[in-house]
Design a protein around this ligand. Structure first.
Ligand code: HEM
Length: 394
């Protein structure tokens, strides 16, 4: 099937001048980087279609990482697997990411948030990114993995440096390779320490026990642990900051949440829709596939523009506005389909707890706009700086 598609440069600096949804010529467009999927419906179709594979491995190969331990890990990792092997890798992790377990982590999270916000000097504006949002996810990872809290800065740094791959900047290749080597070494050491102390009921102990019982190979155990560590911190840190930035600057919504904190989960989802950290999810067609009336040839890059789908007027009324209590509010920030984000329940709880802490203790908190900046590169929203005047504590 052949049909003309509109042109669109997804990674151009002005790409987000497009308000969202389909272009006049359709929901799929083409440009120098391949195809871009802009409408909510087609984005959902692509993300749910198992004949599209994640392009993380191809991205590595484009960086010149074609063999060795890092390439091997990526090729075997859960995000690259399909069918039975993906399920085999996902099931043991899902046990720790399901709703019940995530709810149990709330208490621990309340403690973490209270402790790290308590370390700030709230008598003057605080660096919220360095002091809060960047710190929380790695502390949560350490709790989940049964690692000492003192490992958190290392975990956070390793997650940031390894997933820098998604910034699509080839000059980062040496550091990305070095970061994976450090991550592998850290995990080997952590597992040795855990063995020496005796395994517990945490996620990493569970994976190690599965490997001891022959339910996972040693390689799968190591790959699972690597996937969870790299995914644990960097995106969640930026996403916490993006939600806080959005909510504190939107005083009408903020007042509504203060008046009735049961609005917090809805407000978080709406902020996730408007400012998705993972604004582009890149895939490759594994065979010729038809999308939106055109045939995409095998091995072609197809970039799902989550930020555009999340603002599609056909799916969301008044898409550019923050609407609390929106019906059918299911943004694609955590993707959808078989590879939907395994950590999404945990990430949402982390964000809700930070917002909840501000609601309970710092109702007058405000973003200092002159000392705050967010940006979007390669479709991903990033916190460059976030300064918050917390106001009086109550
Ligand atoms: C706000 C923070 C986060 C965002 C925006 C995010 C986003 C995503 C997205 C978009 C995908 C799907 C990619 C695709 O469809 O190919 C994904 C997958 C994944 N995420 Fe997250 N993520 C976040 C936090 C986390 C956390 C905290 C963890 C673990 C502790 C995690 C673990 C994973 C894993 C293991 C996968 C692969 C799932 C699979 O292939 O079956 N993520 N994430």
């Amino acid at each position: 099937m052949t049909k003309t598609v509109p042109a669109f440069e997804l990674f151009a600096a002005n790409a987000t001048d497009h308000p969202g949804g389909a272009l006049p010529g359709g929901g799929i467009a083409s440009g120098p980087e391949g195809y871009s999927v802009l409408s909510y419906q087609l984005a959902t179709d692509v993300l749910r279609n198992p004949r599209f594979a994640n392009s993380a491995l191809k991205l590595m190969e484009e960086f010149g990482i074609n063999d060795g331990a890092v390439h091997g890990f990526r090729a075997r990792s859960i995000i690259m697997q399909d069918g039975a092997q993906q399920l085999r890798l996902r099931t043991p992790l899902a046990r720790f990411m399901g709703p019940a377990t995530v709810q149990n982590t709330r208490e621990m999270l309340t403690d973490i948030v209270t402790r790290i916000v308590g370390e700030l000097d709230d008598t003057k504006p605080v660096d919220f990114h360095a002091g809060v949002d960047r710190r929380i996810p790695s502390l949560v990872y350490c709790h989940l993995a049964g690692a000492p809290r003192t490992d958190a800065p290392k975990v956070q740094e390793l997650s940031e440096r390894t997933l820098a791959l998604l910034a699509r900047d080839p000059s980062l290749k040496p550091d990305i390779l070095a970061a994976y080597d450090e991550l592998f070494e850290y995990l080997r050491d952590l597992m040795e320490r855990k063995r020496a102390q005796g395994l517990g009921d945490d996620m990493l102990s569970h994976l190690m026990t599965l490997a001891d019982n022959g339910k996972l190979t040693e390689q799968e155990l190591f790959d699972e642990a690597t996937s969870m560590l790299e995914a644990s911190s960097v995106n969640t840190g930026h996403q916490i900051g993006l939600v806080v930035w959005n909510l504190l600057r939107n005083r009408e919504v903020w007042e509504q949440i203060l008046a009735d904190p049961t609005w917090i989960p809805s407000a978080v989802i709406e902020a996730l829709r408007l400012y998705p950290r993972t604004g582009v999810v890149s895939k490759i067609a594994m065979e010729d596939i038809e999308v939106g009336g055109i045939t995409i040839p095998a091995r072609t890059d197809v970039h799902v523009a989550v930020w555009s789908a999340n603002r599609d007027p056909k799916r969301f009324e008044k898409p550019g506005e923050f609407v609390l209590g929106r019906e059918r509010n299911q943004p694609l920030t955590f993707s959808t389909g078989a590879h939907n984000c395994l950590g999404q329940g945990l990430a949402k709880v982390e964000i809700e707890e930070v917002v909840g802490h501000l609601v309970r203790h710092y109702p007058q908190a405000r973003v200092v706009d002159s000392e705050s900046a967010i940006s979007q590169t390669a479709g991903r929203w990033t916190i460059n700086q976030l300064t918050v005047d917390l106001g009086p504590r109550r």
